[in-house]
Design a protein around this ligand. Structure first.
Ligand SMILES: [Fe+2]
Ligand SMILES: [Fe+2]
Length: 295
């Protein structure tokens, strides 16, 4: 059995800090074999840099997926060609820098990761994700049946359709981009684990990771504004999936919503309270606004 942790969109410095501090501890505590995280908002909410990629890889993230924000930082155009563990959506036109998939060796065999972007209400509109992924999954299954897919898309319909399309062909399909964890985690009849959105790793008191008041102002006034990453307490959201390595079938999926506990002692106490069962499906975060963002 291979236990995979997937973490949704990492938002700016608060999200990075939480992921970098928590991944090593969670790996040890929950016996995680392989970590994938979406890094498309890791650089102040917009894209990712080489430095940040290295920091996340060093913390134990094996593969970093992305989405529509992948090109926000100029340096990534060339950097992505030097780092195959940083993925961009696979359904870009031929000749686009970087790759949309990777297969890595692990102690428990090969693990494949594919990043694909939806087309409904998404900019830029890429090539047909269903065509691209079907081809890539066929290729990858010649090497391994343990395959994780990050589908970066806006609509639940497109994500569910893609998950159902891949049922029995990949181990797990998890959605990203909407930054809000959905409660539809399940295993489809063919053995593919699925969730519409894994949720984000970012500030709790926010609108999708950004300061609250500028976003409200934008909706109230329709005027352009800047949207800084929010401050305060962070929760890392994602899923844990147990995968049978011989077949690639998912045997269990569990939602992860772990408040960032910078104090190792506090985390240790919380974790040991979980016992052998691993993380509970949901942690209510503590009440109260820690930081009220100024406009
Ligand atoms: Fe995002
Ligand atoms: Fe996105």
């Amino acid at each position: 059995m291979l236990r995979l942790l997937f973490l949704g969109d990492i938002i700016g410095e608060p999200g990075r800090k939480a992921v970098i501090e928590m991944v090593p501890r969670l790996r040890q505590r929950w016996g995680i074999d392989f970590v994938v995280a979406n890094g498309e908002n890791a650089a102040a909410g917009r894209g990712i840099t080489g430095r940040i990629t290295i920091d996340l890889l060093r913390a134990g993230v094996a593969v970093i997926t992305s989405g529509d924000h992948i090109w926000d930082q100029k340096e990534v155009n060339s950097y992505i060609q030097t780092e195959p563990r940083l993925l961009r959506p696979i359904n870009y036109p031929l000749g686009t820098p970087g790759k949309g998939s990777i297969v890595l060796e692990t102690a428990k065999g090969k693990v494949g990761v594919i990043n694909v972007q939806g087309r409904t209400f998404m900019q830029p509109s890429l090539e047909n994700p269903f065509h691209h992924i079907e081809e890539e999954v066929r290729r990858m299954r010649a090497e391994t049946h343990v395959i994780f897919v990050d589908v970066h898309a806006e609509t639940t319909s497109e994500k569910i359709a893609l998950g159902r399309f891949l049922d029995g062909k990949v181990s797990a399909v998890a959605g990203t981009h909407t930054h809000v964890q959905t409660a539809d985690d399940q295993i489809f009849p063919g053995g593919t684990a699925f969730i519409c959105d894994a949720g984000m790793c970012g500030p709790d008191e926010s609108v999708l990771g950004r300061e609250i008041l500028p976003i409200i102002q934008r909706f109230v006034t329709s005027m352009p504004a800047s949207f800084p990453v929010a401050k305060g307490g962070v929760t890392i959201h994602g899923i844990l999936v147990d995968i049978e390595t011989a077949t690639g079938h998912a045997k269990a999926i569990r939602r992860v919503a772990e408040p960032h506990a910078p104090d190792p002692v506090a985390l240790e106490e919380r974790s040991s309270a979980l016992g052998e069962e691993g993380p509970p499906a949901f942690h209510p975060r503590k009440a109260g606004v820690e930081v009220i963002p100024d406009g």
